[in-house]
Structure formats: C-alpha cells, structure tokens
Design a protein around this ligand. Sequence first.
Ligand code: 8YV
Length: 321
Amino acid sequence: MEEKVLISRKLPEKFVQQIENLAKVKMWDSELEPMPRAQFLEEAKDATIVITTLSEKIDEIFFEAAPNVKGVVNLAVGFDNIDLELAHEKKVIVTNTPEVLTETTAELGFSLMLTAARRIVEAVEYVQDGEWKSWGPYLLAGQDVHGSTVGIYGMGAIGEAFARRLLGFNCKVLYHNRSRKEEAEQRLNVEYRSFEELLEESDFVVCTAPLTPETKGIFNKDAFEKMKNSAILINIGRGPHIVENDLVDAINNNEILGAALDVVEKEPIANDHPFLKMDQVIVVPHIGSSSLKTRNKMVQLCVDNTIQIIKGDEPLTPVKI
Ligand code: 8YV
C-alpha cells in the first residue's frame, strides 16, 4: 500500500522533504492555525501515518475516520491528546518526543519561577507605563529564590532537570512523584514528601507532571489551603492540573501569592480570562519547549519516527502502554 502521511501543522520544508522521498505527503498550510477538526478527519481518511500536535484529539472518532492509520507521530512529549489504549487495541504505533525537549522545558519553568518571584513582568510594565519616578525602599519588592524551599510535583526527566538547576541556588528541594526515586534523591540532593507535605513546606511549587486521571485537578481549593500564603505555583505540566477558579480565589483571598503558567485549561486562553487581569498571575502561551534548536530536534525526531514506521522498523521513541 502506498504510504500517505498527513501532517496537521505546517513544518519547514527541509524536514518534510525527507518524508516526501518515501511517501505521499499532505500538510496543513498554517503554522499557527490548527487544522479544523472536520478537515483533519476528512484528510485522515486515507492516511497511513499522521503527524499530530496537542491540538488534535486522537480518539475513537479519529480512529473510525482513519481506518488505514498505523502510526500517530505526536510532536510533543506529552500524549494526553491521544487515547493510548484505543491506539494499542487497534495496533497503531504512537510516538512522542522525549529527551530532546527536557532541558529547554525545565529552563522555561525556571525562568517563570524567577520572573514571578522577582515580579519582572510588573516591573517592565511599570517602566513602560512611565511610572518610574524615583527609587523606593520596597519598590516592587519580590521573593528570593535562593535559600527557599522548592517543591517539585512530578520527578520525571523535566522534574530532574529542574532540580539540577536548583543545585546552584542553595535551595531545599522537595519532590513528590508516583514512585519514590531514591537514586535521584542522592544525585540531586532532593527529599521525598507526600503531596500534602510538599504543599505545606514549599515556597515555590513546580508542576512538571504528565496529565492523567489521577493528576487532573490536583491543584484545587484543598491544595491551595495547604500551601503557604507566600507560595508561588509554577505550572509547566498541563493546564487541567489546576482548577482555575480555585486558583483565582486562592490568590484573591491571599491563600497563595501567585502563579506562573505555561499551560492553561483551555488553550489558547480566552481574552477575558480572570488570570489576565491579575498582576500575580503570569501566563505564557505554552512555549515550554520553544527554542529554535529544540523545536528543530522535535520535528526531526518526528520525521525519523515516521520514516522508521514507513520502513516497518521500530520507531525511535514509541509510547508504550
Ligand atoms: C510543547 C509540550 O510546547 O511536548 C509537550 O508535551 O507540552 C511542549 O513540548 C508543545 O506542546 C508541542 O506540541
């Protein structure tokens, strides 16, 4: 059967060419606009492999619409957009982009932590608005990261990369993970805590966990009540980890100090979302892995996985169930 590859987002020609040598390629022509669902399903009809982003839901309806599909190549390390069990049942290979984005994503998380702690966004706006009239002893006084206690929720590769960055900051680093990682505790000088203890003790809580039914909504009213009033929440995991109304209330009621978010429940965020009116909340548009080098590596990994699947070989980074 002729291989037909559907690419749901416009990618640079130098990558696409590598697939075109082996298969017929159809690619959506916009980099920023996602492919409309109906069109995606229509184009997927005769595809054997689809290269997808987090914008495409790979669910029962997709599999019904795409009976010939044998590979779903996701341009992301996370795969919460994909019904993995169903893919497995249908013997469809799923791949993701681990490792290549670990350091870049941790770096964004780290910048969000520093930015929120030192109120950089407010400070820039203050200057831009012409409000800088004099020096003040407590002008835009923020929080120190050095010497603080940082709690990492989710000690996977990105959690570890985050902890590694903290080694130079003289912080006490706590973590919570599904399973304890004793070897990492030694190597990274981090201490295991229950989720509740982590919330109670941390000045900064950083979510790097994957989204699962167990982690969805874990940062809710109960969690915010346990956190310090001076704590800042950083989310580089997935939006639905946080119950957003509860976060708005927690900040407005001074239960926690603020939040810095790379991800929100519904992306893109609505223009009238309450977060956007709050000085204590920083939102960036899901750019965790967005450095030029890393995005190129992610795309190349997708190309390599696609080529492996076309050739009938084991892909480089399959998502195993
Ligand atoms: C990306 C991500 O920013 O890989 C993931 O799971 O969330 C990030 O790398 C982006 O979602 C790529 O589609």
